[in-house]
Design a protein around this ligand. Structure first.
Ligand code: ATP
Ligand code: ZN
Length: 296
């Protein structure tokens, strides 16, 4: 691996892998894929991709082994708390809008709960001792933390803890273990972080370009291009219905003096409700197209 290439770490196999890889590929990076290798070589751009466990990504960034990494805020913040004595930090470049989950505090469903202070003197099982400790401290609660590396949700029924702090997305696992969520410790999503290695000017420029492309991919994902026909006098009404619309292009229609064609970019998603409102405003031939790429 050369020093003149950007090293990007993503999760090798797990919940963040597909979205992370897809995002980089949508930025135009083509990788020479190799099923069992740790490194993938960027064929058309100066990028080396490292495929690793998500838990290793913050450390690889802190140690300057990687220059960019995609990791959940949950894992990253936990790692930074672990290293807090060394006064370390990582720069969050872009929140990526996938990998959404929350770190929740849950107790056995039959137990009463009047507030966090109920946990005073209790045992809390978690794989996130740093974030749990920080949360308890913020609420001035003294409780003991039982650190477990997995199967945290069975700790209360095993009698090894009175409550848990664990990752939740739908809550099905909690319900299956007769637990109920009583507080939210952290809301998390996948984030692109910068590492600590000093880059030369050329790589720095490339990094800025890549981040701009990533922002463009995210914006394009929620944007839509809308084309429709409408009565000439309802252009303003139509523009008001369309969500986060740019100034519309208004074109005349051959042989239809009372009608115009309207084309516009909407920076938010267009839903069926919007289309029904457009129809009520006299719009016909409404087309909603996905946006493939977008700059600014
Ligand atoms: P690895 O082998 O890479 O360590 P893992 O088992 O730790 O894998 P995954 O279960 O793939 O990791 O989760 C990776 C990240 O995905 C989590 O740290 C979190 O940021 C995010 N995530 C999103 N939804 C959930 C969920 N329902 N449960 C757990 N993690 C989730
Ligand atoms: Zn992990």
């Amino acid at each position: 691996m050369s020093n003149h290439r950007m090293k990007i770490a993503i999760q090798k196999s797990g919940r963040l892998s597909d979205d992370s890889l897809q995002l980089l590929e949508r930025c135009g990076i083509q990788f020479a894929r190799s099923k069992d290798k740790l490194f993938w070589f960027g064929r058309n751009l100066p990028v080396d991709l490292l495929l690793v466990r998500d838990d290793d990504i913050p450390r690889l960034l802190l140690d300057g082994v990687c220059d960019l990494g995609i990791c959940g805020e949950n894992v990253t913040r936990e790692c930074l708390l672990d290293r807090s004595a060394a006064n370390t930090a990582l720069t969050a470049e872009v929140a990526l809008d996938f990998g959404a989950c929350r770190l929740a505090l849950a107790i056995p469903e039959q137990h009463a709960f009047s507030g966090i202070q109920d946990l005073s003197g209790k045992r809390i099982a978690t794989s996130y001792p740093g974030l749990t400790g920080e949360y308890l401290q913020q609420h001035a609660v003294q409780a003991s933390i039982v650190e477990l590396s997995g199967s945290v949700e069975i700790a209360p029924s095993m009698g090894t803890a009175d409550a848990i702090v664990d990752l939740v997305s739908t809550g099905t696992t909690l319900r299956a273990n007769h637990l109920r969520e009583v507080a939210e410790v952290l809301i998390s999503q996948a984030v692109l972080y910068s590492g600590t290695r000093t880059l030369d000017a050329e790589l720095n420029r490339f990094k800025a370009r890549l981040i701009q492309r990533i922002q463009g991919v995210l914006k394009a994902k929620e944007s839509k291009y809308v084309m429709l026909h409408a009565p000439k006098d309802s252009v303003q009404r139509i523009a008001d219905i369309l969500p986060a619309a740019e100034a519309p292009t208004v074109l005349s229609l051959d042989g239809q003096p009372d009608k115009v064609a309207i084309h516009t970019l909407c920076r938010e998603n267009v839903f069926w409700e919007h289309l029904e409102e457009l129809q009520a405003a006299g719009a016909t031939a409404v087309l909603v197209l996905p946006v493939e790429k977008m700059l600014a």
